[in-house]
Design a protein around this ligand. Structure first.
Ligand SMILES: [Zn+2]
Ligand SMILES: [Zn+2]
Length: 219
């Protein structure tokens, strides 16, 4: 989910101070025009630059990109794919080389189904790397696999997973003490169809979660 902390107010531009100082002196109608011609991510970034801009942009902000205006939301997956690259959502991308594993609580990704920016812990690793990685090169918009990325909750809700399927999720593992926050191994239970983290080693034929396994064995 989009959450705006102090960190998110950092714009991805180097000239933030100069821009906000000059843009604040513009007449409101000119500011409206700029906003209407900017994409969602730019409008969002500008809005969180200062209290005054936040108030000044509240009426014009509701206008999304042309494509989004035809849908029920004021933004779409293209907009979120820009937002997920903001430094505050893209720790792995800011490091040396973009191929580092994403970190739960520090790296965030857009889901094309719930249209939210969610923590890396909510995605399978396959959804965060290769063609679906944030920084993958794309030949054309139709071939952009990132636009098909979905979070685990949406995968379960929309029946995207084969019951019993197992996969790695959440990116890098985070220390033993914080194991629940970091990445790991998960399973879509064949019985309850819920996604469950799996600790320890799974037997090859194990396709149900621990709770269902125990319930099935009960006489
Ligand atoms: Zn989702
Ligand atoms: Zn189960």
């Amino acid at each position: 989910m989009l959450s705006f902390t102090k960190q998110t107010r950092r714009l991805p531009y180097s000239s933030t101070a100069t821009m906000s100082a000059s843009i604040l002196t513009l007449p409101p109608e000119l500011l409206s025009q700029i906003l209407e011609n900017s994409d969602y991510a730019s409008r969002l970034a500008l809005r969180y630059t200062s209290k005054r801009l936040y108030l000044q942009t509240s009426t014009t902000f509701a206008l999304g990109s042309t494509a989004a205006q035809h849908s029920n939301t004021s933004y779409n997956i293209s907009d979120l794919l820009q937002v997920e690259k903001w430094p505050c959502y893209d720790l792995a991308g800011q490091g040396d080389g973009h191929l580092r594993q994403p970190l739960a609580t520090r790296d965030f990704f857009a889901c094309s189904l719930c249209l939210k920016i969610r923590c890396a812990s909510r995605f399978s690793n396959a959804m965060m790397k290769g063609k679906r990685g944030k920084h993958s090169a794309v030949a054309s918009i139709d071939k952009d696999e990132k636009r098909k990325r979905f979070c685990i909750d949406c995968g379960v809700r929309y029946g995207k997973y084969r019951p019993g399927v197992r996969f790695e999720f959440g990116g890098a593992r985070i220390g033993v003490m914080e194991h629940d926050l970091g990445g790991g191994h998960g399973l879509v239970c064949q019985q309850c169809r819920q996604f469950k983290r799996v600790s320890g080693v799974l037997r090859p034929q194990e396709r149900t979660c621990r709770a269902c396994f125990k319930a099935l064995r009960r006489p």
